[in-house]
Design a binder for this molecule. Structure first.
Ligand SMILES: Nc1ncnc2c1ncn2[C@@H]1O[C@H](COP(=O)(O)OP(=O)(O)OP(=O)(O)O)[C@@H](O)[C@H]1O
Length: 345
């Protein structure tokens, strides 16, 4: 667990996104946001800021409050409390709030928003007509890999093709801020990477993205910064590397070896506290289950591996570096405590 103080001391701590150097307001500022459904509080005092040209990710377990946050940001629901500014202008909730923001913001619609009888090109022309400065539809159809489906009705697209069409409807507005709710769910690995490339190209052109995702690889690859929501609260935020560092305990080297003195030697070399003997697991043939195992917590895994290679050349030695998924599990597991701890303030 970490504190705000600790995070501030990190050398690559987050830049201040309150305002760009030229004094321009950030793409998105969410302050003290609370969303309630009746008596139930789905989003509780959440704050974050997205700088211009950033890709900012919202992570959280099912029901954590991501979609509710997005709905408030895009003006689709009226928050119980808080303030949301897009490019310095307050979001006023209402059915046409995105349009009222003067084409500043586009939201990827839900699949149910597709008109089943409209063709791909017709769908995109319809969405393009809602914005003051839309992107050319044929160009976007090409970019999203839908050229051979341009004249196909939405109802006849596969699930993944519909997902790509939805991403295209969010991008066709050519807006400074694009909000995507799980943009790559249901896409095959090729299509997912194509979608990432499309998003990255738009970002290179200056577009800012707020996106929610359950895909840790996507969050790590795509997002400049992330916020993890847990039970409606902002649990932590920062760059993926900062979040991994702050919520995990460094690298581990796991060792399997039948060499009898190795465990004792490792305790002497790395310190008894750093070495954890594992209880024997499976003894299925070929799994190595019968061979004693232990792990070494270390900040210098390569040095530890070199030490084992010299000391026990036959040992099976592997490095496990903590991942964003490890950090996510630590932040949102049943043991996760202190929802405010480490929040970006
Ligand atoms: N219209 C609604 N009425 C009542 N409760 C709602 C409504 N919409 C969402 N909730 C509740 O608010 C909480 C947050 O829901 P939300 O959809 O924001 O979560 P999420 O993080 O987007 O989840 P998921 O990853 O499953 O999409 C959940 O407990 C959900 O049941």
């Amino acid at each position: 667990m970490f504190t705000i103080q600790e995070r501030r001391e990190q050398p690559d701590s987050e830049p201040d996104h309150e305002a760009a150097e030229d004094g321009a307001p950030p793409a998105l500022a969410v302050r003290e946001l609370t969303v309630r459904y009746g008596d139930f509080t789905a989003v509780n005092d959440v704050e974050f800021t997205v700088g211009r040209g950033e890709i900012y990710g919202l992570l959280g377990r099912n029901g954590a409050g991501k979609t509710s946050t997005i709905a408030a940001v895009t003006g689709l629901l009226r928050p119980a409390a808080g303030r949301i500014d897009v490019l310095g202008r307050p979001v006023e909730p209402g059915r046409h709030s995105a349009a009222r923001l003067g084409g500043a913001l586009a939201l990827q619609p839900q699949k149910t928003s597709l008109f089943p009888r409209l063709q791909v090109d017709e769908t995109l022309h319809m969405w393009a007509s809602l914005y003051p400065d839309p992107r050319p539809v044929p160009e976007l159809i090409e970019e999203l890999g839908l050229a051979d489906k341009a004249r196909t009705r939405a109802a006849k697209l596969s699930g993944g093709q519909q997902q790509r069409l939805l991403l295209a409807t969010a991008l066709v507005g050519n807006t400074p801020l694009v909000v995507l709710d799980e943009p790559t769910t249901g896409l095959d690995p090729h299509a997912r990477r194509d979608a990432w490339a499309v998003i990255n190209r738009a970002r290179a052109g200056g577009t800012t993205f707020l996106l929610s995702t359950h895909a840790m690889e996507e969050a790590e690859e795509m997002c400049d910064r992330l916020a993890i929501l847990h039970n409606g609260r902002l649990r932590t935020s920062g760059t993926p590397a900062q979040i991994v560092r702050s919520l995990t305990h460094g690298s581990t080297v796991t060792v399997r070896s039948a060499q009898e003195d190795l465990l004792a030697a490792a305790r002497e070399e790395f310190g008894a506290d750093a070495v954890t003997a594992q209880t024997r697991g499976t003894t299925r043939p070929g799994t190595g289950g019968g061979v004693p195992r232990f792990s070494v917590a270390t900040e210098q895994p390569e040095r530890a591996v070199a030490w084992f290679e010299e000391r026990a050349p036959a040992a099976d030695v592997r490095i496990h570096r903590p991942t964003l998924e490890d950090a996510f599990l630590a932040a949102t597991g049943t043991g996760a405590t202190g929802p405010d701890e480490g929040s970006e303030q």
